[in-house]
Design a binder for this molecule. Sequence first.
Ligand code: TYD
Ligand code: MG
Length: 458
Amino acid sequence: MAKSLFVCQSCGAEHRKWAGQCPDCREWNTISEQVIETPMRVGKASKPMTTTAITDVAMHKTARRSTDIDELDRVLGGGLVPGSAILIGGSPGIGKSTILLQAAAKLSEQGSVLYITGEESTQQVRLRGERVKAMHPNLQLMAACELESMLATIDEQKSIVVIVDSIQTTVSKRLSSAPGTVSQVRDCASALIQNCKRHGHVLILVGHVTKDGALAGPRVLEHMVDAVLYFEGDRGHAHRILRAVKNRFGPSGEIGVFEMSDAGLIGIRDASRLFLSERAENTSGSVVLACMEGTRPMLVEVQALVAPTVYATPKRSSVGLDINRIAMLTAVLERRMGIPLSGHDVYVNVAGGMKINEPAADLAVLLAILSAYQDRALPHDMMVFGEVGLTGEIRPVGSPENRVREAINLGFTQILMPHENHVRVQEAKLAATLREQTLEPSFIPVKHLSGAAQMALT
Ligand code: TYD
Ligand code: MG
């Protein structure tokens, strides 16, 4: 008799019995029955294996393959590592297929690239390819959903890069469960990854993401691959951010910025200029912040709006920043600066749709709220960064030099920053190198919120 198991499609937890709610992740209606396909074989006791000293392990030179798309290479940590498996996640329509087709065409110059599409026909892919100028005879297309035929083709083709778009449409004949279920996704991905390790090609898997930001079902996939990249951005904005959340062969947290145009995705080197392009002059509630995305400094505008509340409890709302952090910061403003915000709603927004989860944004957020409340604007050429503690003290943050350098490159002349960071910037002799520039910036080191407010809002 075939045994069955009940697997949660959201978190992958396995249960003996069906339940309406998964006891592990508390999601409703996610548990579905699955037949155990391969019974565990209890063989003879395994033989001991030989071990190798770390110094004797053979090293293969792993030259990275450049995708010839600078922003993509940066996120990958310099290019694709042969034999590695990469997962690209993002909501439908964000541009996963587009960027991969563009990269595939460039990679075709180095050898044969296999693009397996399970969602679109080869005609549709060609149409898109013509639009984004991704045409190359070495780029082989295949419309397939079945894992076994994919593996057979990969074995025969000897491609340098294999792209599977998407893992959720891939099904294995061996399993009876529907495409997109945890067991299908996990088994297909694992077979494709093993195959890629054996042949030494680069495997790129496309994975769709559900509303709550998790890869649909297969969070398990994140652990199986070498790198996980997520596409962020919304339909209201043309730009897209590709973020490395995991990378075994490079720094994680690195981002690439792209703009969706009618000729596909275009890398944007100068992202700060893009994010500040629509900034209005002399308006209250607007502060320019230097945040770090991986190793890359980026200037963004934090906007705040403060309005008398009509509710019993005032509203705290945020786009692009953590709402709990906003609640904490408004409490700091209220208690340490005596600003009566309990009768006001506070809205905070990061212009351009960026998401920031760095405490270095604290000071900018507080000054934006204060500036909105007092209806007084900050100087137009002022840039701010710093963490704020519960007593209103300003704490130092990482990479002050990079933040300062980016601000100066964009013509900011007043830099409000934590006192200790100022000391470090001075020690780094940054000032000396900066003096060579035509603009000499003035640094405003601050120790407490009240001092910062005085300096920024005169
Ligand atoms: P796509 O790459 O198909 O998204 P995904 O594979 O992540 O689901 O992106 C499709 C969207 O991009 C679609 O809304 C149309 C838009 N687009 C452009 O604006 N310009 C282009 O050149 C292309 C190819 C797509
Ligand atoms: Mg697609």
